[in-house]
Ligand binder design. Structure first.
Ligand code: AP5
Ligand code: MG
Length: 218
């Protein structure tokens, strides 16, 4: 099952991804997590990506497409994968078609998690993430058992550099301009499933699970 998760920043892609990969046993391929890992490790890729991320802008297509191509070619993606945060431009979507063709695969389903802009900012500024395992929390909506500590691995939580209000607003603008056309691209292929993400995490998951299971059973 080759799945793409789409939705504005803060829609709950990373949150739903945690449950999806556990339930369907497919790897989580998040370009945002890959870039943040590279920034932490101080690699050339990280140095290049950091300035764009902190400004709420997209990392250039050629950089992003290269890392995804390499990741999807790894053996753990053979039986399927969950892409989160890619593709984010039509150029990336077209490149992904080429990558899939070269691997003899295709994108079967695009899950679009829709949340209104006015809800997004509160979600983003309250987010806390684990540096080690990338689990996502929220100070109000999904707090960890012990404040500031990851439930899963006991590491300290941090606030992402791009989770300030002004940067969040800029990311929403970029999403509307550059990523909405990606949804049109997949809508034309008839593979988009819309999910109302403006509900509790468990309710969103019930719908995501139904959509993916109906595909999985086909
Ligand atoms: P990326 O890491 O992909 O960030 P994003 O798309 O902006 O999405 P987020 O991770 O902010 O939100 P999410 O939907 O995962 O929400 P989450 O589950 O965490 O990208 C970051 C940057 O990297 C980009 O700006 C760009 O610079 C670069 N980049 C990445 N991919 C790229 C690409 N393809 N091309 C170019 N550049 C790229 O939830 C958010 C918060 O809400 C959490 O606190 C969570 O606990 C809470 N929450 C979740 N669900 C619910 C719910 N149902 N109810 C209440 N609260 C909830
Ligand atoms: Mg995320």
């Amino acid at each position: 099952m080759n799945v793409i998760l789409v939705g504005p920043p803060g829609a709950g892609k990373g949150t739903q991804a945690e449950t999806i990969v556990e339930h369907f046993k497919i790897p989580h391929v998040s370009t945002g997590d890959m870039f943040r890992d590279a920034v932490r490790q101080g690699t050339e890729l990280g140095k290049r990506a950091q300035e764009y991320m902190n400004a709420g802008k997209l990392v250039p297509d050629e950089v992003t497409i290269g890392i995804v191509k390499e990741r999807l070619s790894q053996p753990d993606c053979d039986k399927g994968f969950l892409l989160d945060g890619f593709p984010r431009t039509v150029v990336q979507a077209e490149a992904l078609d080429g990558i899939m063709e070269s691997l003899g695969k295709k994108i079967e389903i695009v899950v679009n998690i829709a949340v209104p802009d006015e809800i997004i900012v509160e979600r983003i500024v309250g987010r806390r993430s684990c540096k080690k395992c990338n689990t996502v929390y929220h100070t109000k909506f999904n707090p960890p058992k012990v404040e500031g500590i990851c439930d899963k691995c006991g590491e300290p939580l941090f606030q992402r550099a791009d989770d300030q209000e002004a940067t969040a607003v800029q990311r929403l603008r970029v999403y509307a301009e550059q990523t909405n056309p990606v949804l049109d691209f997949y809508a034309q292929k008839g593979v988009v499933k819309d999910i109302d993400g403006n509900r509790a995490r468990a309710a969103v998951w019930e719908d995501v699970k139904k959509v993916l299971e109906s595909y999985d059973n086909n």
